[in-house]
Write a protein that binds this ligand. Sequence first.
Ligand code: IVH
Length: 723
Amino acid sequence: MGVLDYDELRRKPVEELTREEAAKELERLAKEIAEHDYHYYVENAPVITDAEYDALRRRNEAIEARFPDLIRPDSPSRRVGAPPAAGFRKVKHAVPMLSLANAFDPQDVYDWDRRIRRFLGLSADEKIVFTAEPKFDGLSISLRYEKGELVLAATRGDGYEGEDVTANARTIADIPQRLKGADVPEVFEIRGEVYMPISAFMKLNEEQQKKGEKPFANPRNAAAGSLRQLDPSITAQRPLRFYAWGRGEVSEMPVQTEWELYDCYRRWGVPVSDLLELHESVDALIDYHERMLEKRPDLDFDIDGVVYKVNRFDWQGRLGFVQRNPRWAIAHKFPAHRGITVLQDIQIHVGRTGALTPVGILEPVNIGGVIVSRVSLHNEDYIKGIGADGQPIRDGKDIRIGDTVVVERAGDVIPQIVDVILEKRPPDSRPYQFPDHCPVCGSKAVREFNPRTGKLDSVRRCTGGLYCPAQVVERLKHFVSKRAFDIEGLGEKAIEQFFDHKFIRTPADIFTLEERERKGEICIHCLEGWGEKKIENLFRAIDARRHIALDRFIYALGIRHVGEVTSRILARHFRTIEAFIEGMRQIGKDRDCPVAQEIDNIDGLGPVVVEALHNFFNEAHNWEVIDQLLKEVTVEAEEVPAESSPLAGKTVVFTGALSTMTRDEAKDIVERLGGHAAGSVSRKTDLVVAGPGAGSKLKKAQELGIKIISEEEFLQLVGLKKG
Ligand code: IVH
């Protein structure tokens, strides 16, 4: 893709994109938007804000406008929403259920008015009558009436094909089973929004929580989840409501305008919002928008903007559609909910992996009906006003304790600080100093250097892995796990139980359990589920691990970036625990010492491992834990493979099925003989052991002319089978 990487490309202004870059971007946007559509429409669980989603769509549209011949067949501009989920019968919409273009500020509405006039050939002073109404934040539904009887209710789906939810829709009291009045046409599809009142949503969530079930994120998700229940009796228990906002297939239209149609709906017994108004100028529409924004907190249903439509149907017909949007209507969106409050404190939470996460504590503030008292502050760069991409955010303003801040709550997303009001900053405030020590255990907290990006990680981590109470339970679980100390009878649950009762806090405590139980200092047999036999078995299992191989010992320490393979390489390099400890003392003190350089040079290791070892062994708390542990266990030296070993220094790859041993065993054999078992074939591979079902690795080995042998030949080679 030339010099631009993916992240840079997605930020490049549309007008600067080359043709090739535009094609790449359209491909990415089609994929990303489809994924978000799926989260939104099928899972009812969006993962980005509406504003972010709109930005993706707008970028897609702008690129398509510049390069119309690059429009993809799967372009988001040709689709609405996501395909229907399994479970409901699919139904084709007689008239597609399309969506609205958005206006974000008054200028967008003036531009819309101008486009309409140009299209219809109207002068600037000719009157256009518009309807103005709320944009309901629910889910759209199409209700098909034949001879006045409800025969089909369908969700929007992808706009062309939705789901048949007739049985569920019949349980909604607002939706008439039959239309009233003598003037109902033969076929009439009423379109509108199913929603859940906010008060009902709150009550439902309380009940969900009482039942131990997951609460819904917002009324729209609750409405969607309720309507799309496969069992209509569940839908019937949910307080769903309906407002009409449009029409689909119609056999004959009894009226000439949108406004008159709403009148028909009222007469036919279909609910229509009483916030509907008629206006004759854009200024009046903008005024409506402002009034609705003020009214919004008092409404018992969510609205995310207002909708303006050209009232006359004949003009609507002439204006028609552009791609998936009518030219005759536009949604004027509301800004996300915002509130102003004071940041009282910044607290640092330490996660189970040692990440330090800052949380802003706010003077509680009501933002769009939700009380917000905490905000995520992500990481220290974010507090400084630098985004993950290195660009300034909030105009580069930093966040300080005592600041007056603007907090935004958009949809389901965790509230964010979007601005700092500098005029209100206390004169004695100072930039926030992110701690460089863990607030839980006092160990150093560091930002790792990421050699791939050439930048510091945005996350600061506590280095007191074995010591830090916030992390220690996870570390202990790792310590006793199968590939580490592998202590039978001491699983994750037992670790949690013993930790909760303060029987173990560091790995060494595991090895003194028996003695302390005997002396009566702790009481394992007082715990539920711990009978005498089980305790005895546990103690024997612990004893069995008082001798441990060096590679397992290293792996058990749970050092970042030091997994099983790295542990094995390190063990083979240092051979004895004494040499390892000495090496680590040096690397802990100085990341550029000769040992560090040695490790950096080992095949399969590198600067990331060196950095991780330095950070871990630089921390005095970790040494305390290791010293204690070494009083309890004996670490065996790595056997020196016979010089004459047929595999010494060789790289071996296994592929296909093995019949007499597991993959792990086979790798173990190679490594005991001084070889290296690798996962993939390359020019460095010396030998490939191929069994039945071997595929691409075998092919590659053949291409590279690497020696290939069978499992049986391998066993003969290593002396496990007579030739
Ligand atoms: S009119 C051709 N009016 O918003 C589409 N839509 O983004 C005409 N919506 O799919 C749509 N309130 O689900 C219209 N008062 C309203 C609306 C409304 C909510 C939803 C509807 C539509 C989406 C458009």
